[in-house]
Ligand binder design. Sequence first.
Ligand code: GLC
Length: 435
Amino acid sequence: MTQNTYLDSFRKTFEISTEKMLEIAYGFRQAMEAGLQGQESPLKMLPSFIERPSGNEEGVFYTVDMGGTNVRSTKFKLSNRGFERLGEVKSRLKDPDGNYDYTNENTSAEMLFDFFAKNTEKLIQQGEQQASLGEGPKLGHTFSFPSRQVGINEAYLIEWTKEIKVAGVVGNNPNKLLKEALQRHNIDIEPVAILNDTVGTLLVAQYTHENADIGVIMGTGYNSCYLEGKHPLTGKEMIVNMEAGNFNIKLPLTKYDIEIDKRSVIPGAQLLEKMVSGYYIGEIATLIIEDFYANKAIFDDTDSMNKFRSKKIDSLDVENYILYPERTTHVLGCSLDDAMKLKDISKSIVLRTARLVVATLFGTLLHIEDNEIKNEHVIAVDGTIFEKMPNVPELMQQAMDELTRSPNKIVFKLVKDGSGLGAAIAAAVAEAKSY
Ligand code: GLC
C-alpha cells in the first residue's frame, strides 16, 4: 500500500455516514427508554431530583467541583438570573511533576476529601479580607461520576470513570464524605446538593434559554443529561443524567478503540467516552501514528518518530496538529507532508467525535419529541473539546442539520462553567425546597 492509500483507507474507517448516525440514534433512544423503565441498558439514566430552576434563586453559595483532573472551590452570589463570582481556588489532583497524585488507588477517600476541604479553606482565607463567612453557608457539590441519586443531597458512587481509582469512595455518598472532611477542618459550610456536571450545565443554560433541555459535557469525559417531561419516579419534570459515555450499541469500533479499551482500567465500560473524550483522544492519535509508522505510512526517519514517542500526546497536541502543521514540523523535525498527515488524522478523529455525539443527541430528541422533531431546542455544551477543538461546533451543527433536515432548528450553545455555577443554582434550589 502506498502512504496515501494507507491514509485513505484509515479515513474511511473513521467516517460516520448519515445512515450510521441514524442507526446509533435509534439505538440510543431505545437504550434511554429501557434505562428509564429500570430495564437492562448501557444508559444508567440516573435521576437528579432537580427540575427546571425558577430563576428566583438568590443568595451566596459555595461550590466544590470535582470532575477528574482538578478540584475547584468557588463562591457565587446569585440574584435576578445573574451571578457574581466572589472567589475561586483551583488545585490539580495530580501534580505534573509527580510529587503527589490524588487519583490513584493509594489515595483513600479521607485523603481525597481532605484535599477538597483544604481547597475550600484556601478560598475562605482568600475571602477573609473582603467579607466574613456569614451565617451557616450552604454548598453545592458537582461530582462528575456515575452516582445513584436518591435525593438532591444524597447520591452513591456506582463506579469511577475517567481512569480515577481512589479507594473507599465507590458505594459511598460523596456529600457525606465532603461534610465530614469540612468538619475535620472546622469549616462551617454545609453541603446541601450534589449533582453531575451535565446537570449543572443544563441548569445554567435554562437561566437564559427557555428551550434548553439537553446538557452535554465534552471535556476530559463525555456525558449528557436531558429534562424528562414525566419522570417515572415522580410523574413530574426531572433532569436525568444519562451517563451517555457508557453507551455501546452499534458503535463503529476500530482496532484502535478496541486497543484503548483493553488498556483501560475499566475494560468494556465507557466505550463511547473512549471514542470521543479529551482523556482518550490523544491516546487514539498515538495508536494511529504508531500503526502508520509500523506500516511505513509516516515518518521516513526514526528521529521524528522518537521525538513523537518521547511525549505523552494529549488532546491539546491533537488540536495543535490541526491548527499549526508548520509548528509540528519544528517540534518533531519532520517534513510538512508528515505534519499534514498528522493534521489529517487529527481531523478524522475530531469529525468522528462530532458525528457520534450528535447521533446520540438526535436519539435524545427523538425520545423527547416522540419521533417527529417539531420544536426548537437548545443543547447546552461545556468542555474543552467543544470550546477549543477547531470547528467542533460547526461540525456538530452540520451533522445535526443533516439529521433533522431543518437547518438550525436545534442549536448548540457553549455554557461556560456549568459545573461551578450550576452547583450554586442546585444549592439554592435545595435550600428553597427545605423551607
Ligand atoms: C464521565 C462521568 C460522568 C461525567 C462525564 C463528564 O463520563 O462518568 O458522570 O458527567 O465524565 O465529566
